[in-house]
Unconditional design. Structure first.
Length: 217
């Protein structure tokens, strides 16, 4: 799903509508901002952004959403970023975001052990699944691009379920499988509800940083 706007100056990409909800409220009614829900993973993000850029020429692109922490110093709710645009980096830092190295993974890092191993092998501070290809689409078009993510789970946290095993072929969540997994392990319900509350607060924090940076630019 996307909002196409010929007056778009800023494109903000999210993999999931749940990641975008808080920002959508803050950006409601703005004609200079478009929101693009790309779907999860490289393939979906590349296709969605490429199609958008065929019809639109934004001045800047943000690739946003949740990220898993790999650096032990990062805490839940920390907003982190990467960009090659020096002026954009200054604005993001001024808004409270921290520059980091990202690893773009092919799957969700669901366990502390997996995240610790990614930290060891990549040296990255945070892990997500879409930004690499979005930067690659923007670079030859000379569009300023920034990855801006919020840490939704730290390096020492296990997620309540292996969401990779609950995904459809397009990587979207299969709610039937999710319901069955919860039915088999009802003790996970409290952890899932806690994760839901945690990610909601993270999305709000991310939206505050994004709107501050967009208003400055």
């Amino acid at each position: 799903m996307r909002i196409v706007n010929l007056a778009t100056r800023t494109l903000v990409c999210f993999a999931l509508k749940e990641e975008a909800g808080a920002f959508r409220k803050l950006a409601s009614g703005r004609t200079d901002v478009s929101i693009l829900i790309t779907g999860i993973g490289r393939k979906n993000a590349e296709k969605s952004v490429r199609e958008f850029l065929k019809e639109n020429s934004p001045h800047r692109v943000f690739t946003c959403g949740f990220a898993g922490g790999l650096n032990p110093e990062l805490e839940t709710g920390d907003v982190v970023f990467f960009t090659d645009d020096a002026s954009m980096a200054q604005r993001l830092a001024a808004a409270g975001a921290t520059p980091v190295k990202f690893h773009c993974a092919a799957r969700i890092a669901t366990t502390a052990a997996e995240k610790t191993e990614l930290r060891r092998t990549t040296g990255a501070d945070a892990v997500e699944m879409e930004s690499e290809v979005i930067h690659a689409e923007c670079r030859p078009r000379r569009i300023s691009c920034a990855t801006v993510r919020v840490i939704s789970d730290t390096v020492d946290e296990d997620l309540p379920l292996d969401f990779n095993s609950l995904a459809k072929p397009d990587l979207s969540l299969d709610y039937g499988r999710l319901a069955w997994a919860v039915a088999k392990s009802p003790q996970k319900i409290s952890a899932l509800l806690r994760l839901q509350r945690q990610t909601h607060l993270c999305a709000v924090r991310l939206s505050e940083v994004l709107i501050a940076v967009i208003d400055v630019t």
